[in-house]
Design a protein around this ligand. Sequence first.
Ligand SMILES: [Zn+2]
Ligand SMILES: [Zn+2]
Length: 237
Amino acid sequence: MQIVADMHTHTIASGHAYSTVNELAQEAARKGLLALAVTDHGPAIPGGPHLYHFGAMRFFPQTIGGVRILTGVEANIIDPDGTLDLPEEYLQRLDFVMAGLHEGCGMDGLGSDGNTSAVIKAMANPRVKAISHPGNPIFPLNYEMVVEAARQTGTALEINNSSFVISRKGSRPNCESLAELIARTGAPVIVGSDAHIAQGVGEFSAAIEVLECAGVREEQVVNSSLERLLAFLDLTF
Ligand SMILES: [Zn+2]
Ligand SMILES: [Zn+2]
C-alpha cells in the first residue's frame, strides 16, 4: 500500500510544533509525496493559533517544490454537540477539515458515551472530512458506532502513525480493532504522520502495517492515490 499525501502535519503556528510550511513541504518533496495538508490545531488548543491563521492560508502557493499544498485544520471538537472551534466561514475556505478530541479543549472526562455522540455529531457536519486519531485511549469511543457513522457519512477515520511511535501510548490495540471494523464495513480511512517537525513528514510505516494486517483495501484509503484524494475532497488537479 502506498500513501501519496501526508494529511496530518503541524507548523510552528500550532504552538507546540517546530517547523514552517516550507520546511514541511521540502521534506514532503524529498520523500516523494505528491501532496501535503497543513493541519494546524484549531484555536481552542492551549497555545494554539488565532482564527486569522486559517483565513491567511489563502496565501499558500498551490505547490511548493512540486508538492500540492492543501490548506487545512485539525479542529477541536469542543462540546458534546460536536461543535468545532473554527466557525463555518473559516471551514468553508479550507481544502481539508479534520476534527478530533484533545485534552484541555472542553471534552475531558466525558467517557465513551459522551465522546462517541460528540464525534458522530461532528461527522454529520459536511465540512468534516476526517476524524483524527480515533484510537486515542484517553478518549474512549464505541468503535462499532463510530465506524458505522463513518461509512454512512463518508467521513474518513484516521490511522495516525505517531500514535504507534511517539504519541498517545496504548493506541495500537484500539487502532487494530478500528482497522478490522473498517476492513469489514468498507468505511473510508486516511493515513497521517501527525508530524510536529519536518523530519516526521511522510512517516507512515506503522500505520500501513496495521491497515494491511487488518485487510483494509487500498480503495478504502483516501490518500493512497492523488486522484482518489482530490475526488474525496472535491478538489480539482
Ligand atoms: Zn491531534
Ligand atoms: Zn495533530
